[in-house]
Ligand binder design. Structure first.
Ligand code: GLV
Ligand code: MG
Length: 371
């Protein structure tokens, strides 16, 4: 274990100083592209400014015989593209036990390290994986003469990773965040699903049976028993959110593979947003607008939150608004919404306009109240 003093020292002579806070740049949508796919790669420059993060994917979904082309393609795109102020460049490297990852990291950091904000590391099992990447990145940053550290994002997609989630989140000051990897996680846990993210009709609870002539009608012959689909990912996302919040890093949903089902996709994204996630992956342009909408607070919520903030004055005590008690704790929730809205509005003119149109009603209408 590193001592508190050592934690913020560079891990290689000449490497940049670690950051003490993760920069809170918008990352509602992490748009994946395959740099070995020329058609897809050609669309990247036009997506700058339309998504918060463009991620060059070198791992799964890139065929083994295209790995080198993907790595080289990403280097070429990064060198040729101006990502501006509002779009970050991330890369998903291959798994740490694969034959490609050493060259992925070496090439990316030394060739385009000054353009790369975050390296996404798949199949992280425990803090030892982050320690390995941490030291290697420091050595490569020193070699490349980089002035700011490249951050690390872990994908939570193994049972051991979930068991170690707190230790992973706190393994290095480089840790930027974590995403759920539902496809690999399902396989690793030996779940009996065949999908990439989302729910499953078989994972449900059923309404109690009606009692007919003193006996439970378990087959629902008198009236059908309603069923309610449950969320397979609730437990993992909730654990991930707590681990990330505890360590001051950011949690994300991951891939939603049913591109055509934009409705269920929106539901999954919204569950993650409500539970505390700040963003998600998009695998197709159709998911970009969904992610941006869902991971930006709604104008109605912003208006309500502003109203509570105004009504709460110095932030202590309690007031009644529309028959509901508001106090220091509900104020803190409202501040999360208002601060997020203001941060997003700074880089998203459409949102700025939307939020400006709902200024909130201020303290008028607030009634003095007690608990
Ligand atoms: C993502 O990488 C996943 O496995 O779901
Ligand atoms: Mg995966």
């Amino acid at each position: 274990m590193r001592t508190p003093k050592e934690f913020y020292r560079p891990l290689a002579v000449g490497a940049p100083l670690p950051l003490t806070e993760v920069p809170a740049r918008p990352s509602r949508v992490i748009h994946f592209f395959d740099p070995s796919n020329e058609k897809m790669a050609a669309k990247v420059p036009a997506m700058v400014g339309t998504v918060d993060v463009l991620l060059g994917n070198l791992e799964d979904a890139v065929k083994a015989d295209r790995k080198v082309a993907a790595r080289e393609g990403l280097v070429a795109i990064a060198k040729a593209t101006d990502f501006g102020e509002n779009t970050q460049l991330w890369a998903r490297v291959n798994a740490l036990d694969s034959p490609w990852v050493l060259d992925d990291l070496t090439t990316l950091v030394t060739e385009i390290g000054d353009r790369l904000d975050v390296v996404m590391v798949p199949k992280v099992q425990g803090p030892e994986d982050i320690h390995y990447v941490d030291r290697l990145l420091a050595q490569l940053e020193a070699r490349a003469g980089l002035q700011r550290p490249i951050l690390v994002h872990a994908i939570l997609e193994t049972a051991r990773g979930v068991a170690n989630v707190e230790a992973i989140a706190g393994a290095s000051p480089r840790m930027q965040g974590m995403s759920l990897g539902p496809a690999d996680l399902a396989a690793d846990r030996r779940m009996k699903t065949t999908r990439v993210g989302g729910g499953h009709p078989g994972y449900l609870v059923r309404q109690d049976p009606a009692v007919v002539d003193g006996a439970p009608d378990i087959h629902g012959e008198s009236s059908p028993r309603a069923t309610y689909q449950q969320d397979l990912w609730h437990y993992t996302i909730a654990r991930m959110v707590d681990a990330c919040a505890m360590h001051g890093i950011f949690p994300y949903y991951g891939p939603f593979g049913d591109i055509a089902d934009v409705v269920a996709c929106e539901d999954q994204f919204r569950n993650a947003f409500l539970l505390g996630c700040v963003g998600t992956w998009s695998l197709h342009p159709a998911q970009v607008a969904i992610a941006k909408r869902v991971f930006s607070p709604s104008p109605e919520d912003v208006a309500h939150a502003r109203r509570v903030v105004a009504a709460m004055g110095d932030g202590t005590g309690a007031v009644m608004l529309d028959g509901k008690m508001e106090d220091d704790a509900s104020l803190k929730q409202c501040l999360v919404i208002v601060e997020l809205a203001e941060r997003l509005a700074r880089t998203d003119p459409e949102l700025a306009e939307l939020y400006a149109a709902v200024p909130g009603e201020g303290p008028a209408g607030a009634e003095e109240g007690a608990r």
